[in-house]
Design a protein around this ligand. Structure first.
Ligand SMILES: O=C(O)c1cc(=O)[nH]c(=O)n1[C@@H]1O[C@H](COP(=O)(O)O)[C@@H](O)[C@H]1O
Length: 224
């Protein structure tokens, strides 16, 4: 793998996505395309970005009944993403069926607790316990379901990795020491996330909103 940073191209504008991807391509290990990009550009858009030559992480956070998620994953098969997300809260059967429907080479990873949520948010949606406990519970479930790994914040990745030595750990909510936090609540620096066991880091706005995205990606790379 080239580097641990996957740049999140969260834009509906494919030309903008391509321009940023071309600028940063030598300083990131892959590209993450999420709901904003996919809803606007679909399969054709993913193919255009994949043509740049970096691995694609398709972050659609699928969450529905097992049959619907499995059929959705089947429909995505031709894209052969390197990584694909589902929500762990969809339950064990949903995760099992998603993995069974995915291409062999695709890592299917489960989102545990979104990095935009804190303990108060969990209480508001009826989840008892803090994000840490909930991340560990869902990590154990994702492992039992035969997935490849989970998405969690840098605050939990050390404990999650202790639970699942050979799991694949995706850490978003990553900010350089002086970075703007925005809507993220459980945030760590890129260096700390890696030190604590992240397999890859997902970084969006600190790179894409920078005046010079390539310079920002290089500055982050230099701290790793
Ligand atoms: O699955 C994800 O990638 C994800 C999970 C999560 O808990 N938090 C989270 O921020 N993400 C994604 O990571 C990216 C973070 O973007 P920035 O906050 O701009 O760095 C976005 O594309 C989110 O969709």
């Amino acid at each position: 793998m080239k580097g641990p940073v996957y740049v999140a191209l969260d834009t509906p504008d494919i030309e903008r996505a391509k321009a940023i991807a071309s600028k940063v391509r030598n300083h990131v290990g892959g590209i993450k395309l999420g709901l904003e990009f996919f809803c606007a550009n679909g399969h054709a858009g993913v193919r255009e970005i994949a043509a740049i030559g970096l691995p694609i992480f398709l972050d659609l956070k699928l969450h529905d009944i097992p049959n619907t998620v499995a059929k959705a994953v089947q429909a995505l098969r031709p894209l052969e993403p390197a990584i694909l997300t589902v929500h762990a809260a969809g339950g064990r059967a949903m995760m099992e069926d998603a993995k069974a429907a995915a291409p062999i080479g695709t890592k299917v990873v489960a989102v545990t607790v979104l990095t935009s949520l804190d303990g108060e948010d969990l209480t508001a949606i009826g989840i008892k316990g803090d994000p840490h406990d909930q991340v560990l519970r869902l990590t154990a479930l994702a492992r039992e379901a035969g997935l490849d790994g989970v998405v969690c914040s840098g605050e939990e990745v050390k404990a999650a990795k202790a639970l699942w030595r050979d799991g694949f750990f995706v850490v978003p909510g990553v900010r350089p020491a002086d970075g703007v936090v925005g809507d993220q609540k459980r945030v760590v620096t890129p260096r700390k996330a890696l030190d604590h066991g992240a397999s890859i880091l997902v970084i969006g706005r600190p790179i894409t909103q920078a005046e010079d995205p390539d310079l920002a990606a290089r500055a982050i790379e230099a701290t790793l």
